[in-house]
Write a protein that binds this ligand. Structure first.
Ligand code: R5P
Length: 294
């Protein structure tokens, strides 16, 4: 039987593309708000004994989570065979440590919550820093789709003579891989974070790379301070206009406009945004097919 793909509060074009590539059936939902703002949800597709994929992209997650759990639970009650969550951006991974007494390490309760409702999780480059594997916080099997081959292909097609710059040691896991795939050099800078919007980046002497085009790569662009602080430092060094590439472009407040003053800003499609240039549907479908065959 063909799998069902439900789009829950996420990019309809991407959901349609995934459904098409998988030759799956679009899951039909009826949703509305009750007058008291609680959520109504009805499944209008027959899910009995079928594999169900819920495509729910969990950036700005809090408004999506109740419907997500309602849908997963209802599919299960109505006889779905297995249920996978596909979320290109996996939320609550950055709260991975108790920095101050009493803080919630959100990655842990969120992982438990999702694990209670799903059989499988597919995401793109989650923020794994102090948590090294999703298994540490998710009790279900998961697949991580890597953005590095997609970024490397895009850079190879669009940028002459790149030198990749990672703004901090955390970024090395992505930057080194992208650079290797693109056959280009990379450097990792040093970052000290003093607050949400206050970072210090130390840039080494870049004289030997003057003939290259700087390509900054990081997993998340949130306040944009990490990228912006780096760009401000290299802007007077006589380079070609740099590229600033994020896997997940959150772009809080004016971050996008600020970054564009100094660079070409490019992101993957994991969070819908005008900077999206790197498509992700084929890579996601490869992972979904692996789950469907398991
Ligand atoms: C670090 O934890 C991440 O890899 C990114 O460097 C960070 O999320 C960027 O945040 P912002 O854009 O707020 O500087």
């Amino acid at each position: 039987m063909r799998p069902l793909v439900f789009n829950l509060h996420s990019n309809p074009l991407l959901a349609a593309e995934i459904t098409k590539q998988l030759e799956a059936e679009e899951g039909v939902l009826n949703q509305r708000q009750f007058p008291d703002q609680e959520s109504y949800l009805r499944i209008d597709s027959d899910c009995q004994q079928r594999d169900c994929v819920i495509y729910c992209n969990l950036y700005q997650p809090n408004d999506k989570i109740m419907s997500l759990l309602f849908l997963a639970e209802t599919l299960r009650e109505l006889g779905a065979k297995r249920i996978a969550l596909v979320t290109p951006y996996l939320c609550y991974m950055r709260q991975d440590k108790r920095f101050q007494t009493g803080e919630c390490v959100s990655a842990i309760p969120f992982g438990k919550l999702i694990s209670n409702y799903f059989d499988h999780l597919i995401t793109i480059d989650p923020h794994l820093h102090r948590i090294h594997h999703l298994d540490e916080v998710y009790q279900i099997p998961s697949q991580i789709v890597k953005a590095s081959p997609l970024i490397a292909d895009w850079v190879s097609d669009h940028v002459d003579n790149p030198v990749f710059l990672g703004p901090d040691s955390e970024s090395e896991q992505w930057v080194a891989d992208v650079a290797k795939r693109a056959g280009a050099p990379h450097l990792i800078l040093e970052k000290t974070r003093h607050g949400d919007r206050n970072v210090e980046i130390s840039v080494p002497n870049l004289n030997q790379w003057k003939s290259h085009t700087p390509v900054l790569v990081d997993d998340i662009i949130s306040s944009g301070r990490t990228m912006l602080t780096t760009l401000e430092q290299i802007s007077n060094l006589g380079f070609n206009r740099p590229y600033c590439i994020g896997v997940h472009g959150i772009f809080a407040d004016e971050a996008y406009m600020e970054l564009r003053q100094y660079s070409e800003v490019i992101t993957t499609e994991t969070i819908p945004h005008p900077s999206n240039k790197i498509e992700i549907s084929s890579a996601l479908c490869t992972a979904i097919r692996t789950w469907l065959r398991s």
